[in-house]
Design a protein around this ligand. Structure first.
Ligand code: PLP
Length: 410
């Protein structure tokens, strides 16, 4: 008899985002004349940059010839992409890695979701709250998160609240935590941390022997020059942090799949006997067991993003959404909504007025303006009292949505 993983059963049967989709469907059916404007999109909508498409055409032709065919990609990924990453993402910032400290992955989700396999089930974990749900869910399935309590929190997870009260900068935990997830620029709040703030986390990690899992999926959206794009811009981070990167949001690779993970050689975890084990070779071994690197075609498409034309395309891609975010924020400024984020990330994090719950405000917005948002509570208990509006739609839709909201609030 096959026994089920009981921890997996702790994951609520229906996903929050499926429930939201059902609510939207009900509205669609009951209001067939309303043009619905979707500012709840959690995925990009612009097509792939031309330069990547051309690189893929070429790669497909290579795959069609015996002499240039590519089978399984090397575990770390192809040298041509790793070289481009080192030269463009790190060297200009004075950060040096060896090629084998980079692992090309299908995306950051695959890496973040699997990294926990290298770590004992009883490590304590800390997350900022609200949070991208993958960090907690991937710990629930292996029993590391404990059980779901009535307040929507998992019993073994330390939540570090981020709200307007602390300007979305979480306080350092009072107790030592084994593993901490950080995401900057942050999904869902769209907020960032400056070097001086991130330095505190690295110092904390060094002091308490904490492993930091740093999700930099949205780094390409950073506009301010003093916001770090990589955790390794902070001295000491190479000892305590793993970083996850992705081309999904910077160039529309969410369906194509390509990203990378940096595991510096210095990063270790301990055995119960106190022996330090380097995680880099262990991740190499784990990826051989569990999945493959991104396809040759996807890696050629990613490499093309580092050409001058590719860099311009990434700027245009992210710039389009950042223009939307900027106009959306400007539009809502001066209304009775308090709006955060939107300056270095394509999300607005909006405080619901008069203590209205996230779900209620989501419904009001949908039924009174025809706009889809995402209730903040879907990102954890700390998201209660907020909604998220994303800028991943076309300019006209974003502008019309803002017009409707302003009109509605009058
Ligand atoms: N991390 C964050 C914060 C995200 O928002 C997403 C996607 O929405 C991911 C990771 C996953 O990205 P990828 O497509 O690279 O798996």
């Amino acid at each position: 008899m096959a026994l089920i993983n009981e921890h997996f059963l702790k994951i609520p049967e229906s996903c929050f985002f499926t429930d939201i989709a059902k609510r939207v469907n009900t509205f669609r059916v009951t209001h067939p004349r309303t043009t619905i404007l979707d500012l709840g999109k959690e995925d990009v909508t612009l097509p792939l940059p031309r330069v990547s498409v051309e690189a893929m055409h070429k790669a497909v032709d290579e795959m069609a010839q015996k002499e240039t065919f590519h089978g399984y990609a090397p575990t770390h990924g192809y040298d041509f992409l790793i070289d481009a990453i080192l030269k463009n993402d790190f060297v200009p910032k004075g950060i040096h890695f060896d090629a084998n400290e980079i692992f090309i992955t299908p995306g950051s989700k695959e890496a973040i979701g699997n990294i926990g396999d290298l770590l004992r089930h009883d490590n304590s974990i800390g997350v900022t709250d609200p949070i991208y749900p993958l960090y907690v869910d991937s710990n629930v399935t292996v029993g590391r998160a404990g059980s779901l309590e009535k307040d929507g929190k998992w019993s073994n997870v330390v939540y570090m609240p981020c709200s307007y009260e602390n300007n979305f900068i979480p306080h350092l935990p009072e107790q030592p935590i084994d593993i901490i997830y950080l995401c900057y620029p942050d999904n869902p709040t769209g907020t960032v941390q400056r070097k001086s703030e991130l330095r505190k986390w690295i110092n904390y990690a060094i002091e308490h022997d904490t492993l930091i899992l740093f999700d930099a999926t949205y780094e390409a959206y950073i506009q301010d020059s003093d916001i770090p794009h990589s955790i390794y811009e902070i001295k000491g981070a190479k000892k305590v942090a793993i970083e996850f990167r992705s081309y999904s949001m910077s160039a529309g690779f969410s369906g194509l799949r390509c990203g990378y993970t940096v595991i510096p050689k210095e990063v270790t975890a301990a055995t119960l006997a106190g022996k330090r084990i380097a995680l880099n070779p262990k991740w190499d071994r784990l990826t051989r067991i569990k999945f493959s690197s991104a396809s040759y075609i996807a890696q050629r498409a990613a490499e093309a993003l580092y050409t001058p034309e590719g860099k311009k395309a990434v700027k245009e891609f992210t710039g389009y959404y950042m223009d939307n975010a900027r106009r959306m924020k400007e539009s809502l400024t001066g209304t009775r909504l308090q709006v955060y984020g939107g300056e270095n990330a394509p999300f607005l994090w909006v405080k619901t007025p008069d203590g209205t719950s996230s779900m209620k405000f989501f419904d009001q917005l949908l039924y009174e303006t025809g706009i889809i948002s995402t209730p903040g509570v879907g990102f954890g208990p700390g998201g209660e009292g907020y909604i998220q509006l994303t800028a991943f739609n076309d300019k006209r839709t974003c502008d019309e949505a803002m017009r409707r909201i302003r009109q509605w609030l009058k």
